[in-house]
Design a protein around this ligand. Sequence first.
Ligand code: PGA
Length: 251
Amino acid sequence: MTSRFIVGNWKMHKTVSESETLVREILTAYCAHPSVEVAIAPSFVALQSVAALLRGTSIHLAAQTVYQEDEGAFTGEISPPMLKAVGCRYIIIGHSERRHILGETNQDVNLKIKATLRNQLQPIVCVGERLEEREAGLTTQVIHTQLQEGLTGIPIQDLGKITVAYEPVWAIGTGKAATVEQATEVHGEIRRFLHRQFGIDSQTQRILYGGSVSMENANALFESPEINGALIGKACLNAESFGKIILLASQ
Ligand code: PGA
């Protein structure tokens, strides 16, 4: 049994000083628990000051995306070595907002995962279907393609460092989370696919659920043995709800 993993994705919220306030509130609201790993992903500009506040705590720092080159003429981009130097341990890759608003492809995701691993950082790779794909019965196919193309060419010893987050696009920011049954079914499918295609150990592979996770529904989601934690958007911007979800994950 892997430990549960709770990740807060702050998206494009909070100035630097607002980020500092939220981290202080989270550190007050939150109790470290050995069976739950926690990471937060503030904006790039807040990483440094959030890292300073997290030093000496058990909460890890994550970035929301990364560029696939280590350095060079890539105006506006941020590289894995930069994120490593500021104290990140994790990088969220292929979030649906990056895919569908900013046009990231599975090939981009693949290069970003490789760059992340090359720099000894750990990717949190997001996959998930859109509503019309689910309704057309394409959920499994869409996710298989995202995983197959996203993970191609990565050595088996590195694949074990990847956390997968199943985030149905229709559940993100809508208040309409997947049911426990829906999430459990897709997580099981992902686990079997990763084992079949890449030889990844089904027992140790961490698969998070994301999409409208809240204090109200977290407990039911965590009861599923397939769900190893959560990637949280809205509910992580409030220290009380984020702390409560971490507490639920520890039980
Ligand atoms: P949400 O976002 O919790 O606000 O639905 C989840 C995510 O985008 O990771």
